[in-house]
Design a protein around this ligand. Structure first.
Ligand code: SF4
Length: 300
């Protein structure tokens, strides 16, 4: 999601500025909380000089190779979201409520949601939400990736969208969280879809996910390695159930960092550290390993 520009926050010169004071947005985006899953210390380093992406230090934003490639990849994803939101025109929560009241099934694209956890305003824009009978049935998030893995960040992001929907007073009916992993080779198919196509895509993926889950009720996570959506257009999907308990637990864990109640936790995964660009430029003093990437070769 793209966060709204920051209004000026109250001056807090009398005390140490918290991460929340330094965040250059007026709300805490769910996507920034998702970044904490990867490495909270990296978010902390980013806050010292916030650039376009948490994963790319601002001083490297114009560096050819890995930094620019990473920004370009993120740009492709952002373009997709931007096109979707331009197509559909973002609807307010009030308009959305009206829409679902008058239609038995509704697929809503890119609708912004906001609520407070403690005194922290949290905001997010789920890629798609499927409503049936006025209730939330499925929350979808598209990720352009070669991986077949459900990252912790994806899981947290979807759970928090579920929480935002619930806080916005939308009733739930056993909502499924569906992470749609789109191989980059297939992203052009996604790009060509108009609003109606995207809504019917969300409905189709929800139907497939629901049937799969109902056929294997004993499981708590589901994976379909190839969902054919067109002649050459396929995706992988990872499915799990929304849980208000889990969502609140995640918020209780991640938000104390923003209030300054605890320090940022660094990753202890050397695989992440060996490719981290903050490690490459010597900004991280707690890396779990030396940098082994090559900024110039386009590795990310
Ligand atoms: S080097 Fe490791 S611990 Fe340091 S910011 Fe990067 S991922 Fe986090």
């Amino acid at each position: 999601m793209s966060a709204p520009p920051a209004p000026s926050k109250p001056s807090r010169r009398s005390r140490v500025r918290t991460p929340w004071d330094r965040l250059p947005f007026s709300v805490l985006p769910v996507s920034t909380i998702a970044e904490q899953c990867y490495c909270e210390h990296r978010v902390h380093l980013w806050l010292a000089a916030p650039g376009n992406m948490v994963s790319v230090p601002r001083s490297l934003e114009r560096t050819q190779g890995a930094p620019m490639r990473q920004i370009a990849m993120a740009g492709a994803g952002a373009d997709f979201h931007e096109r979707a939101s331009q197509d559909v025109g973002r609807v307010s929560v009030r308009e959305l409520r009206n829409l679902i009241k008058h239609s038995p099934t509704v697929q809503v694209l890119e609708s912004p949601l906001e609520s407070e956890f403690g005194s922290l305003p949290i905001a997010g824009i789920p890629d798609a939400v499927c409503f049936e009978g006025g209730k939330v049935r499925c929350i979808l998030e598209y990720k352009l990736t070669e991986s077949n893995q459900l990252q912790m960040s994806h899981r947290v992001q979807l759970q928090l969208y579920g929480w935002l929907l619930q806080k916005s007073k939308f009733q739930h009916d056993d909502p499924l969280c569906v992470c749609v992993l789109v191989p980059t080779q297939n992203s052009p198919y996604l790009d060509e879809l108009n609003t109606t196509d995207r809504q019917s895509l969300a409905a189709t993926i929800h139907r497939i996910a629901r049937e799969y889950v109902e056929n294997k009720p004993e499981k708590i996570n589901w994976y379909i390695k190839q969902v054919m959506l067109g002649t050459d257009f396929w995706v992988r999907i990872r499915i799990f159930r929304y849980s208000a308990l889990v969502a609140r637990r995640e918020l209780r864990f991640f938000t104390p960092y923003w209030s300054g109640a605890r320090k940022a936790i660094p990753s202890n995964n050397f695989r992440k550290c060996r490719l981290c660009q903050y490690n490459a430029i010597g900004k991280c003093k707690v890396a779990a390993g030396v940098y082994e990437g090559d900024l110039s070769c386009g590795e990310v």
